[in-house]
Design a protein around this ligand. Structure first.
Ligand code: ADP
Ligand code: ADP
Length: 218
């Protein structure tokens, strides 16, 4: 079943840069898709459009009306004046969301599962890069999104840390099966994670190869 259907004609920034042109694909429910392409091709632009953060383009993006979305950015974007737990509570207490005790219970489970229980009262600047990403993963999954957008979330980490985070991501993904769009410029990372890899052209971004990864996960 299709969760996201993208049919974009063009995205041109006010300075004349055309970031996306004739880009089409659809994503099924529960698919883990990597978007791979060179730096500057328009990958972040595309995620911003899907998230509704950028509405200045021609074309269409459709998903079912009950689709819920989380976005994980390259920088973990934790609020520095809030503890880890409060950063996560923030998305649970956002005004459009119902106060729901099951979600708070889920937050506790995720904090434990990701080894953050002793860091719940720490502030972001007291955490390592890897721990900050763990907190960002909890924040992304705690609302049980049906669509998860990830923009190079493990960039600029050492390889063992990135490796741990990829394993955690796959575990969390397997538990709740959101549709994931994972942007990376690393083909290696894409093949480690995804069911399907969309290769994007140099700017303006369009899909030049839609590749289903044949290997099963360990
Ligand atoms: P990627 O994520 O693939 O590295 P981006 O989507 O960030 O690519 O950028 C695509 C192109 O659009 C780049 O040439 C970039 O410089 C340009 N661009 C991105 N944001 C803006 C903006 N706000 N104004 C003008 N040009 C932009
Ligand atoms: P990424 O490679 O992760 O997409 P960039 O370093 O290309 O990030 O861009 C960082 C920020 O700068 C983004 O918010 C992007 O929209 C903005 N940006 C990039 N290129 C331009 C540009 N030519 N003019 C204005 N803003 C830009």
């Amino acid at each position: 079943m299709s969760l996201l259907s993208i049919d974009l004609q063009r995205k041109i920034y006010p300075n004349g840069v055309c970031a996306v042109q004739d880009l089409r694909f659809s994503a099924n429910q529960g698919e883990f898709i990597a978007l791979v392409g060179p730096s500057g091709t328009g990958k972040s632009t595309l995620l911003n459009m899907i998230a509704g953060l950028d509405t200045d383009f021609t074309g269409q993006i459709h998903s079912p009306p009950d689709t819920t979305l989380s976005f994980m950015f390259q920088e973990p974007r934790l609020l520095p004046w809030l503890s880890v737990a409060d950063n996560i509570r923030l998305v649970l207490e956002a005004p459009q969301r119902q106060h729901d005790n099951a979600r708070f219970a889920r937050m506790e489970t995720l904090l434990q599962q990701l080894g953050l229980q002793d860091f719940r009262d720490s502030f972001p600047n007291q955490l390592s890069g890897g721990m900050k990403r763990r907190a960002a993963l909890v924040r992304a999954f705690v609302t049980q999104p049906s669509l998860l957008l990830m923009d190079e979330p493990f960039q600029s980490l050492d390889e063992p840390t990135a490796q741990d985070l990829r394993q955690l991501l796959l575990k969390l993904w397997a538990e709740s099966q959101p549709t994931v769009l994972f942007v990376t410029h690393s083909l290696n990372e894409a093949l480690l994670l995804a069911d399907r890899v969309l290769f994007l052209s140099p700017r303006p971004a369009k899909v030049i190869l839609d590749y289903r990864v044949p290997l099963q996960r360990p």
